[in-house]
Design a binder for this molecule. Structure first.
Ligand SMILES: O[C@H]1[C@H](O)[C@@H](O)[C@H](O)[C@@H](O)[C@H]1O
Length: 513
């Protein structure tokens, strides 16, 4: 997802910048944060859960749809396409929305995403054929791609400096939280709703946070950074004044902040010009050239793509999307409730990770947690092997039940260890890149994430059918083992380093000692 890509980048870079230039400004910002957190921006940040609702909602939907689409039970192919088209369109939409956000501002793009969320939710809720559902999920994919890119960017540009550093944290938290909400809603409608209608409410409810966000956005200001870039300093000034709270913000402080934004934009433009002159190529290509041909940038990109690719290819989202399908196949009587444990464990251990990550370190937390993912995957493979999957009409025997519980327990081990490491660490990607290629590098790594997400969503059920469930889980286990060696070989520890030190590590090699 492009979501966390830009946010941490701006967070760190502007944190340092503001703190260096005007200590009092940063202090005032910090004091002001406490007020901001509970204000509209706090609400706004939590509305980020919006894009995640739509990734979590599919699990319960797939088992509740039954024959309401195209008048037949969904096959593996239907389920795979319905699920993965969302990731595919998100992948295309995020780079496009970054162009729109530069041309027209952040607010119009957020509004556009909200309209797409509402429209997509309605199309899904009113679908009577598989292809209509695919269209609805694809529209939502566009919305997710745009929202996950522009919302954190907008918040990062709007909130006072000291608040921004928390954005990576909040972002992953709100994603996993959105998935929990979607699972709970899915479960309630699957259990208590009218069988052929419940799922329609589950997907349709995706429109509600979008409507709320629309209303909120209309009253929020445009990003001051974008306004300065668009040569509208007077409007930018008014926004800064407003976000600082008019009583505290002396005009001196507002001028300082405005000036710092202007200086930064001029520096960016100058360095872009200089680069393109030095390399005598078109400026659009310079960034790419820098990213691929400067060894330390190439190393940073390799690491970021390895981590993002591994985050998806380890198979986690196949559980996020299909856990209810798996648990109903295993004969659990309330599969949507059982699968809620996946989303809830993911959320709880994400919270734990965020408390631990700065103490244990990124490299170390990955090296410790991935082996437990492998254990969880191999144990579930064993569980699947020793459990005969009962035909739908046959009641479960005790041995079947204990096999099913082994699978459930090992999936929990896997999910918890995923959430502790791989679920979070890749989103710290921006700290690997120097400023000149930070945004581009994070964007490419994020695209790798969506691409791998798409591949996993598309192939999971066909793999379960053709390879058997056991071998599918073994395959994910092997990918994790390979990934562990990759991390061990090339991912240096960056915890506790300044951004310059972190990017400096990759100057003459991988920086792994
Ligand atoms: O960091 C997030 C989180 O782990 C989510 O639970 C998962 O669905 C996303 O794909 C991932 O990017």
């Amino acid at each position: 997802m492009v979501n966390a890509a830009e946010a941490p980048l701006l967070a760190h870079q502007e944190d340092d910048f503001d703190d260096e230039l005007q200590p009092e400004a940063a202090d005032a910002g910090r004091a002001d944060n406490k007020q901001q957190q509970s204000g509209p921006i706090g609400t706004f940040v939590w509305l980020l859960t919006l894009s995640a609702y739509d990734t979590g909602v599919i699990s319960a939907t797939l088992v509740s749809v039954r024959t309401s689409l195209s008048g037949r039970e969904l096959g593996s192919f239907d389920k795979s396409i319905i699920t993965s088209c969302t990731a595919l369109f998100a992948l295309v939409a995020s780079p496009l929305s970054s162009i729109l956000a530069d041309a027209f501002g952040r607010k119009p793009v957020i509004l556009m995403a909200d309209v797409l969320f509402i429209f997509g939710a309605l199309v899904q809720a009113l679908s009577y054929t598989v292809s209509n559902m695919v269209i609805g999920r694809s529209i939502v994919g566009w919305a997710i791609g745009a929202a996950s890119f522009v919302t954190p960017l907008y918040i990062a540009e709007l909130v006072p400096a000291a608040h921004r550093g928390r954005l990576v944290t909040l972002n992953v938290l709100s994603i996993t939280m959105g998935q929990v909400v979607a699972y709970v809603v899915g479960w309630i409608f699957a259990e208590y709703g009218e069988p052929s209608m419940g799922w329609r409410f589950t997907v349709g409810l995706g429109a509600v946070p979008a409507v709320l966000q629309c209303v909120l956005v209309i009253f929020m200001p445009e990003s001051p950074r974008w306004l300065v870039k668009a040569k509208k300093p007077v409007e930018a000034r008014a926004v800064i004044q407003k976000t600082l709270g008019s009583d505290q913000a002396s005009s001196h402080l507002v001028d300082d902040i405005l000036e710092s934004i202007e200086v930064e934009i001029i520096e960016e433009e100058n360095s872009a010009k200089l680069n393109s002159r030095q390399r005598s190529s078109h400026s659009l290509l310079t960034g790419w050239d820098n990213l691929f041909n400067v060894p330390k940038n190439r190393r940073a990109l390799t690491i970021a793509c390895l981590l993002q690719g591994l985050q998806q290819l380890c198979g986690f989202n196949s559980l996020m999307y299909f856990s209810a399908t798996i648990f109903s196949m295993l004969g659990f009587t309330a599969p949507t409730l059982t699968s809620l444990s996946v989303a809830a464990t993911n959320f709880v251990f994400t919270v734990a990770a965020l408390l631990l990550i700065d103490r244990i370190g990124r490299r170390r937390i990955l090296l410790y947690s991935i082996p437990f993912m492998v254990i969880g995957l191999f144990l579930s493979a064993y569980g699947f092997r020793s459990t005969k999957i009962p035909p739908a009409e046959v009641k479960m025997s005790d041995s079947m039940r204990s096999g099913a519980f082994i699978i459930l327990a090992s999936i929990m081990i896997y999910v918890a260890s995923y959430a502790l490491g791989l679920g979070n660490v890749p989103w710290m990607q921006s700290e690997l890149f120097p400023l000149s290629v930070r945004s581009l590098g994070s964007g490419v790594a994020t695209a790798t994430n969506w691409l791998a997400n798409f591949v996993v969503g598309l192939t999971f059920l066909p793999l379960m059918d053709s390879l058997t469930p056991s071998w599918t889980f073994v395959l994910y286990g092997i990918i994790c083992v390979a990934g562990w060696f990759g991390v061990w070989l090339i991912y240096p520890e960056t915890v506790g380093l300044t951004l310059e030190e972190a990017t400096g590590l990759l100057e003459n090699g991988w920086g792994v000692r």
